[in-house]
Design a protein around this ligand. Structure first.
Ligand SMILES: C[S@@+](CC[C@H](N)C(=O)[O-])C[C@H]1O[C@@H](n2cnc3c(N)ncnc32)[C@H](O)[C@@H]1O
Length: 224
């Protein structure tokens, strides 16, 4: 997959009024067209962050993309006084020209400055965004990456298995598992059989949950 190819990205609206991006090379949307904010809240915040019920959490996100998951996590850290260390990896960052056009829902517009800061923060180092939120964006390829830290929660937000099966390999889930304590949580919008099977083989118990609008199911996996 050529870097130039995957960077053919355009902005598109979703049904809840929030934007998403569309990768023209892979023909993949970054979120569900039924609502990007709604999906991120359901899959990652409600089914992951709130489910974990800890006040100090190390998060690892696969695919920084629009920065929406990162922003929603930062907002949760402010409203619920959570201490978050947020790691996120991205191979193909979106350009400033694109992310500045990203439409947030009106009720979180007040956090726009944080959205800008998340995008403008330098790569490959810890950046203190608020007293409670440290961001660490990794510019790299997930398929080659070894997590260094102990992590509590993973937002597995890669493009689909059909387009990028290598992102969902059992070996990727095994590496995550080694970096988690028992009880660690991974959530993803995807619920394909092969993904659930790879998670189980890697050492997770796998729970199929109702999906966000437009998707029947999602997955929550818990390290045994
Ligand atoms: C479904 S989108 C993620 C959406 C994102 N979490 C958000 O909140 O907007 C998948 C992301 O994975 C990135 N990606 C694709 N291949 C990758 C790779 N090999 N390593 C790291 N990131 C990759 C894409 O560029 C894209 O940003």
């Amino acid at each position: 997959m050529e870097r130039q190819e995957i960077q053919k990205i355009k902005l598109v609206p979703t049904e809840d009024g929030t934007s998403t991006f569309f990768n023209q090379s892979l023909q993949e949307h970054y979120h569900s067209l039924s609502g990007s904010y709604t999906e991120s809240m359901h899959v990652y915040i409600e089914s992951g962050l709130r489910f974990l019920a800890q006040s100090q959490i190390t998060v690892f996100e696969v695919g920084f993309g629009s920065g929406l998951n990162a922003l929603l996590t930062l907002i949760e850290s402010l409203t619920r006084s959570l201490k978050i260390h947020y790691f996120t990896i991205e191979k193909y960052p979106v350009t400033e020209e694109l992310w500045t056009k990203f439409n947030l829902p009106a009720h979180i517009e007040q956090y726009l400055n944080y959205f800008i800061t998340l995008h403008k923060s330098p790569w490959d180092k810890d950046v203190q965004i608020t007293g409670n939120f440290v961001l660490h964006k990794i510019l790299g390829d997930w398929t080659q990456y070894e997590i260094q830290e102990e992590i509590d929660l993973v937002y597995y937000d890669a493009f689909s298995y059909d387009k990028q099966p290598e992102m969902w390999a059992q070996e990727r889930f095994e590496m995550i598992c080694r970096k988690m304590r028992p009880g660690g949580v991974l959530t993803t919008y995807a619920a394909k059989g092969v993904i659930k099977n790879n998670l189980r083989q890697a050492g997770f118990s796998v729970w199929r949950l109702p999906g966000a609008p437009g998707k029947r199911h999602m997955v929550r996996a818990i390290k045994i």
